[in-house]
Design a protein around this ligand. Structure first.
Ligand code: SAM
Length: 195
């Protein structure tokens, strides 16, 4: 099933399709240029389903790029199903409605492609965000993380994500990563399925 899936994000999108349902609430914890947000919106909302995407990014520049992409791609009705927040993903519980059933929290770590490479996800806040995601995810949900190891701090962040995943209970979680053994610097998709 990986044939033709050249990028880690394509692999993540494919896995999301098997988990996310129309009408769901999902979180894009690193919305960046908005491509993941748009893909998620197409999974949760249509004329007869009121799903929502909460799209978060610490950079105003990223939110502007996401807004522009949504503006170009969606009708005004469709756009109402995306809620944008300029905050750190460790604070996701402050913006997501407390009664929301969150099916997916998606992280695409690292820096904004085409943006400031100094503004990057950091292990400490990534860990806090993973803990928040764990608290708000419903059974049957998924935490999806694409980790980049080719930049400074990337390997340490991978280690933090792997340690978090390895400590989740076997009864409630199935945790796996997909590593390209012949491409040591390739981004690594990690999936934490909540039973
Ligand atoms: N998902 C995006 C897309 O489809 O275009 C790409 C995301 S990019 C690889 C990583 C993003 O994480 C950047 O836009 C960066 O600003 C954001 N980021 C970094 N630290 C963050 C934090 N603590 N909370 C939320 N977003 C953060």
């Amino acid at each position: 099933f990986l044939f033709g899936k050249k990028r880690a994000t394509d692999v993540a999108h494919m896995v999301w399709k098997h988990v996310v349902q129309k009408g769901d609430t999902v979180i894009d914890a690193t919305c960046g240029n908005g491509f993941d947000t748009l893909a998620l919106l197409n999974l949760v909302a249509d004329e007869s389903h009121n799903g929502y995407v909460y799209a978060l990014d610490i950079q105003k520049d990223a939110l502007d790029k996401t807004s522009l992409l949504l503006e170009e791609s969606l009708s005004s009705n469709e756009k109402q199903h995306v809620k944008l927040f300029n905050i750190c993903h460790s604070k996701m519980e402050e913006v997501v409605q407390s009664n929301a059933f969150v099916r997916l929290v998606a992280f695409n770590l690292g820096y904004l492609p085409g943006g400031d490479k100094e503004i990057i996800t950091r292990s400490e806040t990534t860990l806090l965000a993973l803990e928040a995601a764990k608290r708000i995810l419903i059974p049957g949900g998924l935490i999806s993380i694409v980790v980049y190891v080719g930049h400074p701090g990337g390997r340490e962040e991978l280690e933090v994500v792997e340690t978090f995943a390895a400590r989740l209970s076997v009864e409630n979680w199935i945790c796996c990563k997909l590593q390209m053994l012949n491409r040591p610097c390739a981004p690594i998709p990690i999936f934490l399925f909540r039973r």
